[in-house]
Design a protein around this ligand. Sequence first.
Ligand code: PBG
Ligand code: ZN
Length: 334
Amino acid sequence: MSDTPPYSPGRIRPRRLRKNQVVRDLVAETHISPSQFIVPHFVLGAENEEKAIPSMPGISELGIENLVKNVSADLKLGIRSVLLFGHPDDATHKTPDGKAAWDQKGAVQRAVRRLKSEFGNDLIVMTDVCLCAYTDHGHCGIVENGYVLNDASLNPLVHTALSHAEAGADVVAPSDMMDGRIAAIRDGLDQGGHENVILLAYAVKYASGYYGPFRDAADSAPDRGDRQGYQMDPRNLLEALREAELDEQEGADILMVKPALAYLDVIQTVRNASTLPLAAYNVSGEYAAVKAAAANGWLDEAKVVRENLMAIRRAGADQIITYHARDAIKGKWL
Ligand code: PBG
Ligand code: ZN
């Protein structure tokens, strides 16, 4: 040991601003409000049913009465937006054209009507618009000779969006990734007198392995092939800008990037390229991975969820669609 004095950083000491919780809160750059959360729900046809989703611990498919209770509890926590998914009660009701998707008696359509009559404008009801849970082949559009047709898939998607709007949905969110569907749906809504229904476009949606648990829940996995012919290639970033720009030109009100965590650079890039509100979808596989590790005691769930959600916000997302919302607020993890 020499007797030279230890090195001193001098005047500038970033640690001053990390001194204690109050100081850290004073200078925190990122905040999340419960009103920015959008909570996905899987709706079942039978009123009082509840069916746990094994690959998504803590999440169940809910019959409409259970859904109302669940949403009511979330409203008390300040969560004011839901995104509804459904599938036919009976898999034999799936057809090549997925027509059960626009059945006014479908679980989603009934849930929309029930939620809007129960909660009115206190709750924003969003619906996922897609065919994959309703087609017998499990693809997001109409299939011919193994190819998912683009233009022929647009009308069924418009019908589906219209059926949701007629039920009273505030927001429709097409997740299919067909070209031109935002324009087609906007025109369909406007012609149907639904010019004030908001269009949240799954503008930048990658062909991802992180959708696995969702496909179990929604019973929407393709029977043959995969979705790489219509969802985006994870290697691409510039393409995200093209997709975002197209959906904006076609009339989207809010853009979305999905998944979120492996695509934080995409969120940031799209944020900087558009002035529209930007949502990010923290998807089922991202949720399942955290839950599984936490259940094994390998990760501290509260810390990791906080980090993940803050990362999504820091990257530039304004709204976060996440299955963690209730736990994060209840546990004061944010
Ligand atoms: C349907 C749809 C999917 C998700 C949302 N809408 C699955 C898919 O495209 O295969 C994924 C949501 C999640 O994983 O949480 N098109
Ligand atoms: Zn789909």
